[in-house]
Design a protein around this ligand. Structure first.
Ligand SMILES: NC(=O)c1ccc[n+]([C@@H]2O[C@H](COP(=O)([O-])OP(=O)(O)OC[C@H]3O[C@@H](n4cnc5c(N)ncnc54)[C@H](OP(=O)(O)O)[C@@H]3O)[C@@H](O)[C@H]2O)c1
Length: 250
């Protein structure tokens, strides 16, 4: 990527991958981050809090997204990079759903709605709302977080994988709608150690990774490498693409 100081907006920065992305990019760039809760940066010497501004919001609330847009517009003339990282995971076997009753069914339905609202609607609201600021700069970039669950069609991930497939479709359609000023691409990690995967059994992790040519978890450094590639000024002709990590061969 170029050495220029850029302005980033990253969703889902209170923990996990988003926190690490905010930490990495705030070293040399200005980063706006958001999530429903605050990140805990106390004692993290690597996190340049001086370059980081947090807003607490739900990405699936279009009015809150518009409010953030108005705030950023007042202080920054443009936006260089939007990373749609906020996401949530629903683990649900479709054949079991029909047998669910009462509270268990209500919880499953709430999880389904939360997953679609966060992963699909949140992504759409942010990309659409911030396009006017991204297009002011000839090299505006949007990167969506997808997952290997999309190409691998992992059992138990129908809702999650469908929501991430939707993120890829959003990227492809918006790649056309936002051309030529803003590119829109996705990066799909394999398993990353975070709260999202903390309760996965060793067996589930092993079986999932075995489907990959490299049989490896992803790191945030791997993800940053792909994002750095997408945001490089020389990547201006790369749009509507998805890059998966770990060796997805279908
Ligand atoms: N971990 C993996 O193995 C893996 C693999 C492939 C792809 N991904 C994708 O990578 C992204 C980050 O995952 P992660 O592992 O870092 O997950 P995580 O540890 O659960 O963190 C999710 C982040 O998203 C925020 N978030 C969730 N719902 C939100 C909402 N409605 N509004 C605003 N912020 C919200 C959370 O903050 P609050 O709770 O404070 O709102 C948190 O900061 C997700 O899109 C995920 O699908 C993860």
């Amino acid at each position: 990527m170029s050495d220029d100081r850029k302005i980033f907006l990253i969703t889902g920065t209170s923990r996990g991958i988003g926190y690490e992305l905010a930490r990495y990019y705030s070293r040399d760039h200005m980063v706006y981050g958001c999530s429903r809760s605050q990140p805990d940066t106390d004692g993290d010497d690597q996190f340049n809090s001086g370059n980081y501004h947090h807003t607490c919001l739900d990405v699936a609330d279009p009015d809150a997204v518009e409010g953030l847009f108005n705030t950023i517009k007042k202080s920054s003339k443009n936006l260089d990079v939007l990373i749609n990282n906020a996401g949530t995971y629903a683990d649900l076997l479709a054949p079991l759903f029909a047998r669910m009753k009462g509270d268990a069914k209500a919880r499953a339905v709430a999880d389904i709605r939360k997953t679609l609202d966060t992963n699909l609607l949140g992504n759409f609201f942010f990309s659409s709302q911030f396009f006017p600021l991204l297009k002011k700069n000839e090299g505006g970039r949007i990167i969506n977080l997808s997952s290997i669950a999309v190409p691998l069609k992992l059992v138990g991930t129908s809702i999650y994988a469908a929501s991430k497939a939707a993120c890829e479709t959003l990227a492809q359609v918006m790649a056309r709608e936002f051309a030529p000023k803003v590119t829109v691409n996705t990066v799909g990690p394999s398993i990353v150690d975070s709260e999202m995967t903390a309760d996965w059994s060793e067996e589930k992790v092993r079986e999932t990774l075995a489907l990959l040519a490299l049989n490896k978890k992803s790191t945030v450094a791997d993800i940053c490498h792909v994002i750095d590639f997408f945001i490089n000024p020389r990547s201006a002709v790369i749009t509507g693409e998805s890059i998966y990590l770990g060796g997805v061969i279908t």
